[in-house]
Design a protein around this ligand. Structure first.
Ligand code: ADP
Length: 470
């Protein structure tokens, strides 16, 4: 055998690993998202608050710069961590008197003056070197500037401890997620593992296994499906045994008879032409029976296997039916069987002619086998009122079929208990072949029967116009 393409086996992962991986990824993603957003909100809000407060204080000092108690006010603000100075345009500290400013305002004042001149409105707030600064021009001992500064180290420190808490919470959440996802995945996969180990026992031929899992809906569905697969496999196994038993039994009887009669001819009846002929006839009959059995077995496997291979064509059902009835002439002539035929002329149908031939032959054969003492079989082929359908009926006057048997007779190898005279060889396969063929055609069929009065097997064919010859 040659393979064109080499299919690389896909690497399989366990449900546990995949579930835990994705749960953890989701947890990490959510934690990072939530924490980053919280961090940014907290940080921005603190900065906004600081900016607001700094502006308020700066404005207040600017408004009251010439008041007597201004130094006291400035010192008060210092308690809140806000350093306020009034600087000359050279960067000298004018207020609070006698102090030198934090940092070197001698260099910084030019930057303040430039910022103020760039921005109309008299005051600016800006962040530089981790300090937030408010500046405004005032008139105190001539041209001077109020400068208020606030160290952002406090906000940064708070943000850092917030970050630490976030990391601790994140780790705890991730650990909890890992634990939860591990538990869930264990629960899920244990159900699957149970099913799989049951399936292994089943594959080893243990049909008593039960696929049970009531914990999850999907697994319960799967268990139900597997249980029905088990039943089907068991049924088909039983059927196989039954078929083998039936076929071997059916083969054994005629073979024994053939052997026995052949021995008899050799040892007893060889010189007596009359007896010899009788014994030879038994051998011929039994050989026919064997042939019939083998043909039926072959037919069953053929119709079962070739489900799609129906060769539909339009043909004259009336003539076709007569042709098959004629095959039973030998029974009419040698054994006094009668066929009462009531058939519409020129009925055409569309079907697989050969297979429908098998159906009709089997139905006629059964009617002959099971008809009553009058040895009569009634065959009718009648169009419906609309002429769209045509019904074939094969009726006999035998013992009929009980309601219980009516269901079963279509099954392979089913035979009702009673014994019948059997001029046509039977195997218990005939009606099963009929059923498979008609089901493949989607034609309706059935049996009406009354115990003690006889049975009427019917098939409903489509009636079609004759096809013009090509
Ligand atoms: P068989 O070879 O035994 O006839 P079939 O599949 O043709 O096998 O029929 C199955 C069983 O159905 C028969 O064994 C018989 O019991 C019952 N049956 C079939 N046709 C008739 C009939 N016309 N009248 C009574 N019983 C019938």
């Amino acid at each position: 055998m040659k393979f064109d393409k080499c299919v690389k086996p896909k690497k399989l992962h366990s449900i546990n690993a995949v579930l835990i991986k994705y749960f953890l990824l989701l947890a990490v993603f959510l934690i990072v998202m939530v924490e980053v957003v919280c961090y940014l909100i907290v940080r921005n809000t603190s900065e906004d608050k600081a900016r607001e407060r700094l502006s308020l204080i700066g404005r207040n000092v600017a408004a009251r710069v010439n008041d007597d108690d201004i130094e006291g006010l400035i010192r008060e603000y210092r308690m809140d961590g806000i350093n306020v100075y009034v600087l000359s345009k050279d960067g000298n500290v004018l207020l609070p008197e006698g102090e030198s400013a934090d940092g070197d305002w001698k260099d910084g004042i030019d930057g303040v003056i430039k910022r103020l001149s760039d921005k109309a409105g008299g005051s600016v707030v800006y962040v530089q070197n981790n300090y937030m600064t408010y500046a405004a021009a005032v008139n105190y001992q001539g041209e001077s500037y109020v400068v208020a500064t606030y160290s952002l180290a406090v906000i940064n420190g708070a943000a850092r401890s917030l970050l630490t808490y976030f990391i601790i919470v994140g780790v705890v959440v991730i650990l909890a997620t890992g634990l939860i996802s591990y538990t869930i995945s264990q629960k899920l996969s244990s159900g699957l593992k149970n099913l799989s180990s049951t399936a292994v026992r089943f594959s080893q031929g243990d049909f008593s296994v039960n696929f049970a899992n009531a914990e999850y809906l999907e697994l319960a569905d799967l268990s139900d499906t597997l249980n029905s697969v088990r039943d089907e496999v068991k049924k088909s196994g039983d059927l196989q045994h039954e078929i083998i038993a039936n076929v071997s039994h059916d083969l054994k009887t005629p073979l024994t008879m053939i052997k026995a009669y052949a021995s008899m001819i050799r040892e007893i009846s060889g010189d007596n032409p009359e007896k010899r002929d009788k014994h030879l006839q038994v051998i011929i009959d039994e050989a026919d029976r064997l042939t019939g059995l083998v043909n039926d077995v072959l037919d069953v496997s053929k119709v079962t296997a070739n489900l799609d291979e129906l060769k539909f064509k339009v043909f004259n059902l009336t003539e076709f039916l007569y042709g098959i009835i004629n095959k039973f002439d030998y029974l009419q002539e040698t054994q006094g069987y009668k066929f009462m035929v009531d058939v519409d002329a020129g009925v055409y149908t569309r079907a697989d002619e050969e297979k429908i031939g098998q159906v009709i032959y089997n139905l006629l054969g059964n009617a002959v086998n099971y008809t009553g003492g009058d040895k009569t079989v009634y065959v009718s082929l009648k169009k419906s009122l609309t002429e769209e359908r045509v019904k074939l009926t094969v009726r006999d006057t035998g013992k009929g079929i009980s309601d219980k048997d009516k269901e079963e007779i279509w099954n392979r190898y089913y035979r009702a208990k009673e014994n019948h005279s059997r001029p046509v060889k039977g195997t218990g396969l005939g009606l099963n072949i009929v059923k498979i063929i008609l089901e493949n055609h989607s034609f309706d069929f059935g049996v009406d029967s009354e115990v003690g009065k006889g049975s009427s097997f019917w098939v409903d064919f489509p009636s079609v116009p004759e096809e013009p010859e090509k």
